[in-house]
Design a protein around this ligand. Structure first.
Ligand code: PLP
Length: 320
């Protein structure tokens, strides 16, 4: 199934973002539109999942993975399963059978089997015992970790970095822009899988900044280092994870963020997801404000999709 799957991956635009706020302060911003990679399954999830399948010699009978009630990853898995004709099973944290979220309704309609588990079972999900139990119940199953966080996921996200590097190089040649400072690539981090892949796909004319969507995620830097060391041990790219822009924690929002998202969407007609990419743009604004990103500097922000998750917030249901 390998080669046919790779043909699903196409190039997404790297667009200059005419963001008044940044422009007025002399900062140039581009946006890599991974939200446009696939209409059914947009964003970084697409790269992680497709690559997980590319790496397999045989088509599995079941694709199994794990996620929360609004999980982009579970939603993407259901879409990819439907597209490829493979049965999917979603192990969901918490009991939502009588109260399905819009994400889970989509998954069920796409044919995914949903299994709801307690916090305790959830904690065991990566244990050998639990995984064996799953394999016993679903023969010829391929089990993908939560968030697609494995080496194949990193390889898939390598393609995002590689695409940015190629597009940027042709942009520089076309416009004859000369500037010695590294181009700053910003993206959201959950497990850090996407960031690790992006780092590996770039070269040292770029530096990479990850904005953690989670509070107190102390192992993120370690996880990214390990993934990078595995795929691109000689990588010389400077990178850093920033832990101070989660706005209170995973999926937490503030009035200021909501206002920011609405203004941004009105200005650019690009939808943002409040959990990941909106916080990245919000962080970039804060860093321009504080003089950390300065006049003359160039920023590329990766839009990693996740728009389906907006349905968890009443604030956005009627907007744009
Ligand atoms: C929309 C979106 N952006 C970014 C991320 C972060 O990706 P990663 O887990 O690879 O760090 C995720 C998932 O966690 C996501 O769903």
């Amino acid at each position: 199934m390998n080669d046919s799957l790779l043909s699903f991956i196409k190039s997404t635009p790297l667009q200059e973002l005419p963001w008044r706020y940044a422009k007025e302060r002399g900062v140039s911003v581009w946006i890599k539109r991974e939200d446009l990679i696939h209409s059914a399954c947009p964003g970084n999830k697409w790269y992680k999942l497709i690559y997980n399948l590319v790496e397999r010699d045989q088509t599995p009978d079941y694709l199994i993975s794990f996620g929360g009630p609004y999980s982009n990853h579970i939603h993407a898995l259901a879409q990819v399963g439907k597209l490829l004709g493979i049965t999917t099973v979603g192990i969901i944290r918490g009991f939502y059978a009588d109260n399905l979220t819009p994400t889970l309704i989509d998954c069920r309609n796409l044919g995914m089997e949903l299994i709801f588990v307690s916090k305790n079972t959830w904690k065991q999900k990566d244990s050998e015992q639990y995984q064996l139990k799953l394999k016993d119940s679903y023969s010829n199953a391929y089990i993908i970790p939560e968030g697609g966080a494995n080496s194949a996921g990193v390889k898939g996200c390598f393609l995002i970095g590689q695409s940015i590097r190629r597009q940027w190089n042709s942009l520089v040649q076309t416009n004859e822009r000369q500037n010695c400072s590294p181009v700053q690539v910003y993206l959201a981090c959950g497990t850090g899988t996407t960031m690790a892949g992006v780092i590996c796909g770039l070269d040292p004319t770029f530096e990479v900044h990850g904005i953690s969507a989670l509070k107190g995620e102390n192992t993120l830097t370690q996880a990214i280092s390990a993934f990078v060391a595995e795929l691109e041990p000689a990588s010389k790219i400077k990178w850093q994870v920033h832990h101070d822009y989660h706005l209170g924690g995973y999926a937490k929002i503030t009035d200021e963020l909501v206002e920011f998202i609405k203004c941004f969407e009105n200005e650019h007609q690009i939808l943002l997801d409040p959990v990941y990419t909106a916080k990245v743009l919000f962080a970039i604004k804060a860093r321009i404000d504080r003089g950390i990103i300065r006049e003359g500097e160039r920023v590329i922000v990766i839009h990693t999709g996740g728009i389906q998750g907006r349905r968890g917030y009443d604030q956005f249901n009627n907007h744009v």
